[in-house]
Design a protein around this ligand. Structure first.
Ligand SMILES: [Zn+2]
Length: 167
């Protein structure tokens, strides 16, 4: 299980739901113990993970979109996972950019980033559920408790339209 604890600054600049991201990541990021990772804006010109402080620093100058943030979180979380693997021998001391870029841990982290497309899809679909709950008052039982004549077909229509768009 993984829990992201973002700073106000990162929430403000990304407007993202880090509780939802924690939930999605927890389904496939397997760590032996529950990990709480702080997420903050990087003061440097790059994003990184600092294991000692359990913090992911994201360079928001490079981007604040869902896709960018998810890809960066995946990359940095992968470094956190790598450090807990016994086969890993990493010192993160690189003599050159090429040396860093072609290191096994960077290759592995970039591969993990590729899951961003799927994570973003789940995130967006979940947000649609939330907005439909609001739009159609699904948290109250209009028909049952208020005896209201509601046009219950609206949600059905909207869903059908979306379905057609997919097909
Ligand atoms: Zn990296």
């Amino acid at each position: 299980m993984i829990k992201f604890v973002p700073t106000n600054g990162i929430v403000k600049s990304t407007k993202l739901d880090f509780d939802l991201l924690s939930f999605i990541f927890s389904r496939f990021v397997k760590l032996k113990r529950r990990k709480t990772l702080r997420v903050e804006r990087s003061k440097r010109s790059y994003s990184y993970y600092y294991d000692k402080r359990k913090v992911i620093c994201i360079n928001t100058n490079e981007g604040t979109s869902l896709k960018f943030i998810v890809a960066t979180l995946l990359h940095e979380v992968r470094h956190c996972m790598q450090l807990r693997e016994e086969c890993a021998e990493m010192n993160f001391n690189y003599t050159s950019y090429w040396n860093y870029y072609s290191s096994p841990e960077e290759k592995d982290a970039r591969k993990f980033e590729k899951l961003a497309t799927e994570v973003c899809k789940i995130y967006n679909q979940y947000k649609i559920i939330e907005s439909k709950f609001k739009k159609y008052d699904l948290d109250i039982f209009k028909e049952l408790c208020h005896n209201e004549k509601v046009d219950s077909n609206d949600l059905q229509k909207e869903t059908n339209n979306e379905q057609q768009n997919i097909e």
